[in-house]
Design a protein around this ligand. Sequence first.
Ligand SMILES: Cc1ncc(COP(=O)(O)O)c(C=O)c1O
Length: 407
Amino acid sequence: MSTPWTLARRAERMNPSVIREILKLTQQPGIVSLAGGLPSPRTFPVDAFAQACAEVLATDGPAALQYAASEGHGPLREWVAAQLPWPVDPAQVLITTGSQQALDLVGKVLIDNGSRVLVETPTYLGALQAFAPMEPEVEGVACTEDGPDLADLARRARGARFMYVLPNFQNPTGRSLSDGARDALVQQAARLGLPLVEDNPYGELWFDQPPPAPLTARHPDGCLYIGSFSKVLAPGLRLGYVVAPKAIHPKLLQAKQAADLHTPGFNQRLAHEVLRHGFMERHVPAIRTLYRQQCRTMLEALSSEMADLGVQWNAPQGGMFLWLRLPEGLDATALLPQAVARGVAYVPGGAFYADQPDPRTLRLSFVTASEDQIRSGIAALASTVREALPRPTAVPAARPQTSGVTA
Ligand SMILES: Cc1ncc(COP(=O)(O)O)c(C=O)c1O
């Protein structure tokens, strides 16, 4: 029987998240998942939330359970404005249902069908997903270890609506922009009349020193800033925020009203109750210590297992992810089933590119698995790569000095 439903064109543009598909694979017993970007549940402040829950219900119960303003809970907006390192009016802060919703709202408000949008190469897959239904032409700006190539940016900027940038411990690569690169990017964008959308869910997760000031602190009128409580409190709260220039804020607010009326007032009050007595200063250092140690374990495992395989990887200074490049001729997507068969999963890098994916890349998370799992996962990945490498042609037995060398 034929279906009476006709999908909108934008629905055709929606794709299942590669990561969610891979997460399904990793739910099989015995698989070490270095794939998902899930914060370590060991860091979730369950007791602080139990207390806050009782307090909020006792002191503010009916209001917490009532419909609320779309802008967000006033005291939480004030808390956000006060902790940002540039002068922010709380009226500019819009609390969102996770920072993922901020990306969706930004897409709705700033992208028309066919608008050009610039992103880093590679970039956060979830942003590509959030923008896709608005039918933009998304272009990747060439990037080095120190951020976007400014000449390439200049070539592409004309007519683009904005560039989406993750300056701190980027998802997927873990890389960060230096102070100088931030200045240069902000100045170049201002010269080109290109707005910047800055996404910063990982900035607090530094290992040895805090990252340089955000792009938005350098040019608040030319930037829109997105933050999240997911990586420093708990992702299940679904709390994020966007700080927008005054010209944009009302439109984001209207888009949010249409999307979900408001972010749960109960969750906002819980978060504020937990945060208001300097909780972050006590809590976040423990997350940093844990993630620094886990990252170190992964780097040590990579050095001991993969040094001879021609694999390249970086050493992130914070965040949750490390970026790896396989030797020439290998393809991370094609290799994944073999890796899973050996007991480890990762995310192939191709999904993070707006265009021209590098098939040799892959993303590893060092925060969800335990240190033992990280070691066994990297060992399994190394044997997968070793097995997949082209074997050197066997040397004829007539040459005794190398006979027997076949791998
Ligand atoms: C770069 C980036 N932005 C936004 C998000 C969305 O986070 P949330 O909606 O939990 O705030 C994520 C999630 O992993 C992310 O990595």
